[in-house]
Structures are given as structure tokens and as C-alpha cells.
Design a protein around this ligand. Sequence first.
Ligand code: CTP
Ligand code: MG
Length: 229
Amino acid sequence: MAYQVIIPAAGQGKRMGAGKNKLLLELNNIPVLIHSLKVFEEDDLCEGIILAVNPLDVAEFKSLLKKNKVKKVLDLVPGGKERQDSIYNALKTVKNDGIILVHDAARPFILKKHIHRLLDTAQKTGAAIIGVPAKDTMKTVRDQVVMATVERSSLWAVQTPQAFRFSILYKAYERAEKDHFIGTDDASLVERISHPVTMVEGDYDNIKLTTQEDLFFAQAILKKRQGSL
Ligand code: CTP
Ligand code: MG
């Protein structure tokens, strides 16, 4: 079944400290933004991409899309103050109640097989997210004192894409706006309207580029995929 994908790309990349939007940084001479779009561009099930962009980046992004022959971007919508605002702006342009994915432009390593695994689940349940089991022992800490060790077997690190039936996600966003709730991912908004969210296992390579050291991990992942590591 086909889907559309919302790609929030309107951040400032402050923690990367590159002096510009981190999505314009290049890996193997290709901007991070293009790496992230390519998998959707090449996936026959992807019917269209809605890109949320900072108005200051629009001209540069448009020329990158043209130069890299990205043709599936249906709409460029203005980003908002928070990631959630950017995605809400994009959601308001969706017209049919199909499956909608949300994928951070800052995660360039998602694989098609994982997108399809997620899609299959979202079609059955209405809401599915991709993640990986936590590897580290996790503790809650207050004022530098350990309060408890959390049962690791129940902890997962959550990534994007996250996939939803549009009507469920839209309702969750409307409710969050009404309640002035800001979540750190899309599923947390859906959890608040009591719709069950299913976890799908992805892989540890699907990192988000957040700080400088992530660029070293990114180079290693690219080398591994090219078979030279
Ligand atoms: N994003 C967005 N609109 C915002 C903030 C973030 O569309 N107002 C996007 C980013 O472009 C990124 C994704 O949401 O693709 C995840 O956000 P994050 O990794 O936090 O990126 P930035 O907000 O750019 O980075 P930072 O928080 O370090 O400034
Ligand atoms: Mg941010």
C-alpha cells in the first residue's frame, strides 16, 4: 500500500555547531538532506514527500532538489518554532486518509526494508514506530544520585520513520495543540489520545546526526555499506 512522507527539515542544527543547517553538510559529496530523501525517491510505494523548510533555506533547498533530480516533493511548507509545529504545518496540506510517515531529515541511513516493515504494521494497527532495544544499562538520576536501575528489557531507543493512519495522527496533533503539549516524537502525541502504538525493530545504523561526533559514525556507516569497512 502506498504512503506519503513528511520530512521535517526546518531545524537550525544548533547542537551540530556547523554555522548552518546541518542538513546541508555533505557525506560523500552529497548533502545529508539528499541522502535522507533518496530512499523515498527510489521507493515505488512512496507517493509523495512533504518537506518542512525554514523560509531562509527555501532557495538553497529548491536548487538542491533540482540538482539532485528529486521529483517527489509535492509541497514545501514553512517550518515552525518546534519540530512539532513544522510537522503540523505539513499535516495540514494532506488531503486523503492514507498512511503517512514522518521521518527526520537528519536520519540519512534508513533502509527501504525497514520502511516497508513499518508500513505493513501501520496498515494493520494504525500507528507504528521503529526503534532498537536499549544496549546500555539505564538508571534514573536526580541531583547526581542514582534513584533506580530501570528494567532494560522493556526499554527501546526510538527512531524515525514513524507511521500512522493520517486521521489518527491529525487528531493527535489537534489534541496536542489544544492542550499546549509538546512531545519529543509523533508517537507520544498519539499515545495521549490512547491509540496503541506498535514497535517495529529496525537497526542501530539509523542514527540521527545531532552532534559533531555523529559525523564520524556516519562516515563509518557509509563505508560499511560500500563494503570498505
Ligand atoms: N526540525 C524542524 N523544525 C524545527 C526543528 C527541527 O523541521 N523547528 C527538524 C530538523 O531539521 C531535523 C528534525 O526535525 O531534521 C529533528 O530535529 P533535530 O535533530 O533536533 O534538528 P535541529 O533542530 O536542526 O538541531 P538542534 O536541536 O541541535 O538545533
Ligand atoms: Mg532540534
